[in-house]
Design a protein around this ligand. Structure first.
Ligand SMILES: [Cu+2]
Length: 155
């Protein structure tokens, strides 16, 4: 089992030989800054966070998240109702021109369900975020960096 997860982790890392320093992406008028994820166990669920800015002149909508690293990926929002926190699926998320939406603990996040390998600190999770602007579909390949230090900020 351990050998298999190491193989999967190695394959993911090999697929992801991307620049580590400038960790942001600008494609089709969408700027994505520092996608990061918490540590998680193989078979468990991971959460992804990032900041999205629409630098274009028209509304842009995040319509899908996909990853080869988990059985499924979707957009969620943590909501508080009378002091009780719960998560609800967000089918799509519109970002007005010039606006920024931050995915952060306690709010919007990407939910990765059924992780095919553990997400250790320092690990990486590749994903494709798909946006729509008018009739244009904009897929953006990103890497969620697994960041242990961010655990401190969850409350
Ligand atoms: Cu969730």
């Amino acid at each position: 089992m351990r050998a298999i997860s190491k193989l999967i982790a190695a394959a993911l890392l090999a697929a992801l030989a991307l620049p580590a320093l400038a960790h942001d992406y600008t494609v089709g008028g969408v700027k994505i800054v520092h996608p990061w994820s918490r540590q998680a166990a193989k078979g468990g669920s991971g959460v992804g966070f990032a900041t999205f800015t629409n630098t274009g002149k028209d509304a842009v909508t995040l319509i899908a998240v996909k990853t080869p690293a988990a059985a499924s990926a979707s957009i969620h929002q943590t909501v508080e109702t009378a002091g009780v926190f719960s998560m609800r699926p967000v089918p799509s998320l519109a970002i007005a021109p010039g606006k920024t939406v931050t995915f952060a603990p306690g709010g919007y996040h990407v939910m990765f369900v059924g992780l095919k390998a553990a997400l250790p600190a320092g690990g990486k999770l590749p994903a494709t975020l798909t946006f729509r602007r008018g009739s244009q579909t904009i897929p953006v390949e990103v890497t969620f960096n697994v960041d242990a230090a961010k655990e401190e900020h969850k409350h």
